[in-house]
Design a protein around this ligand. Structure first.
Ligand code: ADP
Ligand code: XUL
Length: 521
């Protein structure tokens, strides 16, 4: 029982949430947006611009500086970190940080200096490839070939070799910059990097998030010697250990005690990926509840008892922080694609919702948009592909309301098609992430899936998941009672399928699949 802090370092922001497990209340919920708060990193959407659409990196020092910034702001506004009994959190999945020295061998962080200036000299690679990077197709093929084919990679790791996954990214680093790779002593995921910063040591990689690396053997929860050898020489010595989600990976470093007033000895529980963390925050760690998260990426996920893989090869099996597994399908063209359309049409999010709810109808009179504004992993399209089909005015970008509906309908149709391997069509879906606040978007999901849509009362499911995981591991509060208190849905946001929606999508769905097939996707 007590107060638990959850942190979430996602693509665009760092968030902190504190829950009080005694009163069942969220007592703090704050974020810093990287682009807005730290413009000096030149990353308005959380990553560095690059002429090559397949290369997507972020500056890890931006994440480190955001940690100091957020904790400093919270302390200045009266947050008593000394009352926090345990800490856990999450990071955007797959992104990796490369260090010249093991963090366990680094002298304690000096509280008279900022953290970023102390981390800078430790980096063997100045930028971190993130989940949006799709530049490693050759490396994926090489890894699969080295272990005997795609099926072997799936059997071992739960996914095919995937461009954004950390193993192929590490192999690309080894091939493109062999000297810097050789000088690397430790490689972290974003999640384990944050746990390491906070504990002032080398925190282990959570098995749930580690499953997004094409390096973990799902059947043992340890690094697969076969995959490690296929990825890059000497990699085994550079990986922190893989740990179960409930593992205490350290205690809060004295830097945070002296600077922000944390209590010495405060336990740090392994950080996980933002999606596994949201599975907890959504109260969905038991099979039966489907979740759609619409942050920077859109993801569809659900708990599963036994690993079961996507025959099309796009879906993944990750570890479920509460035990067992989860399946996940990720779409790169989530919020950033919706933003492109809203900006081009000059629509605020409110106007975007009104356009969907008041000015257009399910099925959009047959107007269809292929929504791949950036390279897409599901389906795999290494180059952007935006195509419009329908009325002359629609195709000429002259119908703002129909265009707003079209992008969301296409995204929902894609989510539905690419999650069909999970099992039965869900009748109830829980939604989270920035775009889930939009009633128009929720309505299209309800109509396309023919499902009831429920949104959580708490906005940030991933940060909440961090706090709940700390409460469970440190305070021994069972997940079931935490879900009752914190994972409630907000009845005001409930959305049901509109009458006639099922029929309205029969034709559009078929048209969409034909267009995808024509693209070879
Ligand atoms: P992440 O966790 O990946 O950093 P968030 O879950 O914070 O992302 O969501 C941020 C995104 O949410 C922004 O890119 C923005 O486009 C989108 N967003 C925020 N509010 C709305 C809204 N009312 N309607 C649609 N999209 C929204
Ligand atoms: C999941 C994925 C993204 C990131 C960023 O596989 O790549 O959802 O975790 O949120």
């Amino acid at each position: 029982m007590g107060l638990y802090l959850g942190l979430d370092s996602s693509t665009q922001s760092l968030s902190a949430m504190i829950v009080d497990s005694d009163s069942g209340r969220v007592v703090l919920d704050e974020s810093v947006n990287f682009g807005k708060a730290l413009p000096q990193y030149g990353s308005p959407s959380g990553f560095l611009p690059n002429d090559d659409a397949q290369l997507k990196h972020a500056d890890p020092l931006m994440w480190v500086e955001a940690l100091d910034l957020l904790l400093g702001q919270l302390k200045a506004t009266g947050t008593d970190f000394g009352a926090v009994d345990g800490i856990s959190g999450a990071g955007q999945q797959h992104g990796s940080v490369y260090l010249k020295q093991r963090l366990s061998e680094v002298a304690a962080w000096d509280p008279s200096r900022d953290l970023a200036s102390q981390v800078r000299p430790l980096l063997s690679r100045p930028s971190s490839p993130i989940w949006m990077d799709s530049s490693t197709s050759a490396e994926c093929r090489e890894i699969a070939a080295a272990v005997g084919g795609d099926a072997r990679v799936v059997t071992l790791s739960g996914s095919r070799a995937i461009e954004r996954f950390t193993g192929p990214q590490i192999r690309a680093f080894y091939k493109r910059e062999p000297a810097a790779y050789a000088a690397t002593r430790e490689i972290h995921l974003v999640s384990s990097f944050f746990a390491s910063l906070l504990s002032g040591g080398s925190a282990g990689i959570d098995q749930g998030d580690g499953a997004g690396m094409n390096l973990l053997d799902l059947s043992t929860g340890t690094w697969s010697p076969e995959l490690v050898a296929a990825t890059a020489p000497g990699l085994g010595e550079k990986l922190p250990r893989a740990v179960a989600s409930r593992t205490q990976v350290g205690e809060i470093a004295s830097y945070f005690v002296k600077k922000y007033g944390f209590r010495p000895g405060t336990p740090i529980i392994a950080f996980t990926g933002d999606n596994p963390s949201s599975l907890v925050g959504m109260g969905a760690t038991d099979p039966g509840t489907a979740v759609i998260s619409m942050g920077t990426s859109d993801t569809v996920f659900a708990a599963m008892r036994k690993p079961h893989t996507d025959p099309r090869g796009f879906g993944h099996v990750f570890g479920n922080p509460a035990g067992g597994f989860m399946c996940l399908i990720c779409f790169a063209n989530g919020s950033l694609a919706r933003e492109r359309v809203a900006e081009r049409l000059g629509l605020s999010w409110d106007a975007f919702a009104r356009a969907i709810l008041e000015e257009t109808q399910p099925g959009n009179q047959g107007n269809l948009l292929l929504p791949f504004f950036i390279p897409e992993m599901t389906p795999k399209l290494l180059a952007p592909k935006v195509e419009l089909f329908g009325s002359e005015r629609f195709v000429g970008w002259q119908e703002p309301a129909a265009l707003a509906r079209a992008i969301v309908e296409a995204q929902a149709l894609s989510m539905q098609r690419h999650s069909d391997w999970i099992g039965e069509q869900p009748r109830l879906i829980r939604v989270t992430g920035g775009a889930s606040k939009n009633r128009g978007i929720r309505q299209v999901l309800a109509d396309v899936f023919g499902a009831e849509i429920r949104a959580l009362s708490v906005g940030n499911a991933s940060a909440l998941g961090g706090a709940l995981r700390a409460a469970e591991a440190v305070g021994k509060v069972p997940f079931a009672s935490l879900y009752e208190a914190f994972a409630a849905t907000d009845p005001a946001s409930n959305v049901s399928p509109s009458a006639g929606a099922t029929a309205a999508y029969a034709e559009l769905r078929q048209k969409f699949v034909e267009r995808l097939t024509a693209l070879g996707a």
